[in-house]
Design a protein around this ligand. Structure first.
Ligand code: 3PG
Length: 390
């Protein structure tokens, strides 16, 4: 794929696909990370003499105009991040774009208001293409969608990756494409069923796979351990055993919790105790990994060169069940700061957990992507990236 440096942008209208699908509460953006991260691309296009026209989606309006899902509500946060006014276009796009002058930035209304966006419609892509001269994709986090603005459009205009897209692809390649070994993957979260492809791909690629969160319970149960009332997908016991077997065949070590934090209720400050994984009481549930498990993870990280992390190790949203996630994240951050580890993390919950632990800034790279990060970890080709490569 090409970058902005490969394009001649002077005097060009540059269609920039961005992902500003950010959390909004009561009409206010509560996390501006995705907006902040597209600023270098917009500024560099302007510095090269181009006119950025931002294309984006917001939420899932399913091809209908849903006023609450208008991108207009994102404009103030975007203007604050860019330090300039943004021309918001919600119709007559051709006229709006033609009226833009030097230094202007425009944002089009939510592309998903048009059914052609999600159906990757050639006609809709053609209409978008007619608004610009060059296409830049800076939306890695939407690259797993084969939509008109992420896929078809890339094939209609000279196309390249924006700064953020390039940064994401480079960091992810360093983590799983051509990593320094040993590579450790930490995968947590509630359910094995949502991460089957991911686990299956990772055991082929990494040297150690640390499994945490509710997923670990399914693996513990599959190995014959009674997990009491813990969240557990008992019907996936055979699948978990198959993954463990595949790991044994490929020489990937799977690390499950040795000790666990159990409680009778899942609420803040609930009485909890640490027991060995095989000693979970029948009336209790596992809500976090224990200190021995964290020490073991730390030891594995100390021997590793590369870490890729997705998913918390426990029910991190409620204290004290965030302890293992926080401690392991802090260990990874410390090793990264010391230059001993390349650490890459992604996924909505993961980034929230790292932020809560106060260490997101210490990781080598924190992806802005949720679903796209997972599909990348599954080893899938992302249509938005493939279109840029073609
Ligand atoms: C995301 O928030 O992960 C991206 O913006 C993609 O959104 P989607 O899952 O609605 O396609």
């Amino acid at each position: 794929w090409k970058t902005l440096d490969d394009m001649d942008l002077k005097g060009q209208r540059v269609l920039v696909r961005v992902d500003i699908n950010v959390p909004v509460e009561d009409g206010r953006v509560t996390d501006t990370t995705r907006i902040d991260r597209i600023v270098p691309t917009v500024k560099d296009i302007q510095a090269a003499g181009g006119l950025p026209i931002l294309l984006a989606h917001f939420d899932r309006p399913k091809g209908r105009v849903v006023p609450e899902m208008s991108l207009r509500q994102i404009v103030p946060a975007l203007e604050a991040a860019l330090g300039q006014d943004v021309i918001f276009l919600d119709g007559k796009y051709g006229e709006g774009v033609a009226a833009m002058g030097d230094g202007d930035v425009a944002l089009l209304e939510n592309l998903r208001f048009n059914p052609g966006e999600e159906s990757n419609d050639a006609g809709f892509a053609q209409r978008l293409a007619s608004l610009g001269d060059v296409y830049v994709n800076d939306a890695f986090s939407a690259a797993h969608r084969a939509h008109a603005s992420t896929e078809a459009l890339a094939r209609l205009l000279p196309a390249c990756a924006g700064r953020l897209m390039a940064e994401e692809l480079t960091a992810l390649d360093k983590a799983l494409g051509t990593p320094d070994r040993p590579v450790v993957a930490v995968v947590g979260g509630a359910k094995v069923s949502t991460k089957l492809d991911l686990l299956s791909n990772l055991v082929e690629k990494v040297d150690v796979l640390v499994i945490g969160g509710g997923m670990a319970n399914t693996f513990l149960a599959a190995s014959g351990i009674d997990v009491g009332k813990s969240l557990c997908e008992h019907d996936l016991a055979q699948t978990a055993r198959d993954i463990a077997q595949k790991a044994a065949d490929t020489g990937c070590e799977i690390l499950l919790p040795r000790d666990v934090v159990v409680a009778r209720e899942f609420k803040a400050g609930a009485a909890s105790e640490v027991v060995k994984a095989e000693d979970c009481p029948a009336d209790a549930m596992i809500l976090d990994a224990g200190p021995d498990s964290v020490a073991h993870i730390r030891m594995v990280l100390e021997r590793a060169k590369t870490l890729v992390w997705n998913g918390p190790l426990g029910a991190f949203e409620i204290a004290p069940f965030d302890a293992a996630t926080t401690a392991a994240a802090q260990a990874a951050a410390e090793l990264t700061r010391d230059g001993k580890l390349v650490s890459v993390a992604g996924g909505g919950d993961t980034v929230a957990a790292l932020n809560k632990a106060g260490v997101a800034g210490d990781f080598t790279y924190v992806s802005t992507a949720g679903g796209a990060f997972l599909e990348w970890m599954e080893g899938k080709t992302l249509p938005g990236v493939a279109a840029l490569e073609d």
